[in-house]
Design a protein around this ligand. Structure first.
Ligand code: BV8
Ligand code: ZN
Length: 231
């Protein structure tokens, strides 16, 4: 990917970039959605129906993320950010912190972070690495006594700082998308916004995403193999 000093690179990542760090993707074989149905653990309705099950699911996700290490793909993005400085923006659908642990600074978690929680009433996110796996352990707000939930964007909820994301998309001259199946919106629509603006769009992953037709370039291969050479 030829980048001139005037280029502004917008990068979107999905579960695929963390696959080689041992974190399950959603749809892949053995994917998260094989063990749990989306509507059982990742919707506001699921939370109201069974907060204990939801907290068991996200406690498992916290353990997995804590045990994982950033891989060469995360490191390649941190390196290019270092070179491009403010001409770089990383939007991830992932709730793990492997981008930050690889050294990325300008990372926006549009679907939230597994290491943050918030009170359903006070709504202020705070850092939380706790695991809550029984009804007795479910966290309550020290301020107002209400329930504390994972600071995660569930299906049917609006992703975080969509205005900021669209502002960055408006200014970008290149779009790089890595490791996402292109099946969940609004993230899957970013490539369409980029194409309408005539900016060059590239996808990296071992298989074509469901929105493949929208990309100018598809580079098939694992992120750890492709990204270091691409950037
Ligand atoms: C909303 C947090 C209103 C939870 C997640 C339009 C059309 C149809 C439906 C909708 C629509 N608009 C909205 C909807 C509804 C819904 C939706 O899209 N449903 C789908 C199922 C059809 N969207 C919503 O509800 C969203 N909210 O729309 O609010 C709104 C919006 C904007 C403005 C105003 C109002 C909220 C969606 C967010 C839900 N939360 N995550 C958690 O993590 O537990 S989504 C979750 O699934 C991920 O974050 C990600 O976004 C998504 C898909 O996962 P991927 O990351 O793509 O992973 P997947 O397993 O699918 O694929 C892995 C890929 O990696 C594969 O392609 C594979 O080839 C590749 N890969 C594998 N190995 C490697 C690799 N790549 C590189 N290297 C490797 N080694
Ligand atoms: Zn509270």
């Amino acid at each position: 990917m030829i980048l001139t000093p005037h280029d502004r690179l917008f990068v979107l990542t999905g579960a695929g970039i963390s696959a080689e760090s041992g974190l399950a993707t959603f749809r892949g074989s053995g994917g998260l959605w094989n063990g749990y149905r989306v509507d059982q653990v990742a919707t506001p309705e699921a939370w109201h129906a069974d907060p204990e099950l939801v907290w068991r699911f996200y406690s498992m996700r916290r353990r997995d993320a804590l045990a994982a290490q950033p891989n060469a793909a995360h490191l390649a993005l941190a390196k290019i950010e270092h070179k491009l400085a403010n001409n770089f923006y990383l939007c991830t659908q992932n709730v793990d912190d492997l981008h930050e642990r690889a050294g990325s600074l300008r990372v926006h978690h549009m679907h939230g972070s597994v290491f943050q929680s918030r009170c359903v009433q006070c709504r202020v996110p705070f850092p939380d690495q706790g695991v809550y796996e029984t009804a007795a352990e479910l966290p309550m707000c020290p301020e107002c006594g209400e329930a504390v939930r994972p600071h995660i964007v569930w299906f049917g909820e609006i992703p975080l700082d969509m205005d900021g994301i669209y502002r960055e998309l408006e200014q970008a001259t290149r779009l790089l998308v890595v490791g996402t199946s292109g099946s969940v919106y609004p993230a899957a629509g970013f490539v369409h916004v980029a194409s309408q603006r005539g900016i060059h769009t590239v996808y990296v992953g071992p298989e074509e995403p469901s929105n493949a037709d929208a990309f100018d370039e598809i580079i098939l291969g694992p992120a750890t193999t492709v990204l270091p050479g691409l950037l």
